[in-house]
Design a protein around this ligand. Structure first.
Ligand code: SF4
Length: 324
């Protein structure tokens, strides 16, 4: 696949990553199966790039983000950050590598400790890692200015802020650690539409200023398309289409991607509304045989019910579908 940022090195490489949760039954709690939340995912992110990860709720995108952060256990596969495989590092090196990886959560209020004021929240990580370069108040006011908040507010508590301001605090906390890669897990979906654009613009400004790379997780393809250079479409734990944003939006190949675009207003796209997706996503504990999308696919063929489609790469997009 052609790489639109091919001159830049990878900050993150993910190879055949699987995150499975065992299903236990009986008094002996025997493992009788696995919930395959992430089931063989491969992608890379360049320095300064945003990869959008899109899919319906329950497709595994949040579990994928949490696995990259070390918040979920890897079943198999590899996560390589800045050239180092995270599973091979000793504890101390892993800790220092983790500073490079931060997360911004969906719900800005529950991500903030209600008993801590903003000064403590923003400088907590820096103090913990002995990274404070100045007085805490000075560092906090610099970070608050960076995200568009007045330093006068640093002694206030999370409940005294609006949703957009709280997300700015979360962003300041993430940026304080001088990360190189940030997982943005649905960072605007809990916010009013009017505030969403402001937060997206702030993330774009910070990406530009610090050369940050993002994994931008969202169920909304229109939001993802605003911030991402490339997009990965996820369905039932797997990436089923992957490519440059313009190609995914204007020339979607997989019927699921076309359904997502049909479901979301995309200005100027006349195909919108032509595909109606029926049914719900199957359980990742019992994925259907063959192509996992076949029970809902409007273009299903006999082969789809039996054989999982191999990945096809046309030099621009990767797609898993028997139509190609
Ligand atoms: Fe639809 Fe078949 Fe393609 Fe799956 S492989 S998306 S069922 S056409």
């Amino acid at each position: 696949m052609k790489n639109i940022m091919s001159d830049k090195p990878n900050i993150l490489e993910v190879k055949d990553l699987k995150t499975w949760f065992p299903i236990k039954r009986g008094v002996l709690a025997r493992t009788v199966g696995n919930v395959r939340a992430v089931d063989g995912v491969t992608f890379s992110v360049k320095r300064g790039e945003t990869l959008g990860l899109v899919g319906e709720s329950g497709c595994g995108k949040t579990t994928l983000g949490r696995t990259l952060l070390g918040l979920e256990k890897i079943h198999s596969g590899e996560v390589i950050l800045d050239g180092s495989s995270l599973s091979t590092l000793d504890r101390q090196t892993l800790q220092s590598m983790r500073q490079k990886l931060q997360i911004i959560f969906q719900d800005p209020l529950s991500a903030l400790n209600p008993r801590m004021n903003i000064l403590d929240i923003i400088t907590e990580g820096l103090a913990q890692f002995n990274m404070l370069s100045d007085r805490r108040e000075t560092v906090a006011s610099r970070l608050m200015a960076e995200v568009g908040l007045s330093a006068k507010m640093m002694y206030r508590y999370p409940h005294e802020f609006s949703g957009g301001q709280r997300q700015r605090i979360n962003i300041a906390r993430a940026v304080s650690m001088k990360p190189e890669f940030i997982v943005c897990d649905e960072p605007v979906s809990a916010l009013d539409v009017s505030v969403q654009a402001q937060i997206i613009n702030l993330l774009l400004d910070l990406r530009e200023k610090y050369g940050l790379a993002y994994l931008f997780i969202s169920h909304d393809l229109s939001v993802v398309s605003h911030i991402s250079q490339r997009v990965a479409v996820m369905y039932l734990g797997r990436i089923i289409e992957y490519g440059p944003t313009a190609a995914i939006i204007h020339n979607p190949k997989h019927p699921y991607t076309r359904a997502l675009i049909a479901a979301v207003p995309v200005p100027g796209d006349r195909r919108r509304g032509k595909i109606v997706l029926s049914g719900n996503m199957p359980s990742p504990a019992h994925p259907p045989p063959g192509c996992h999308f076949h029970p809902r696919c409007p273009e299903v063929m006999t082969v789809c019910r039996k054989t999982f489609p191999q990945e096809r790469d046309d030099g621009t997009q990767r797609v898993n579908c028997h139509l190609y």
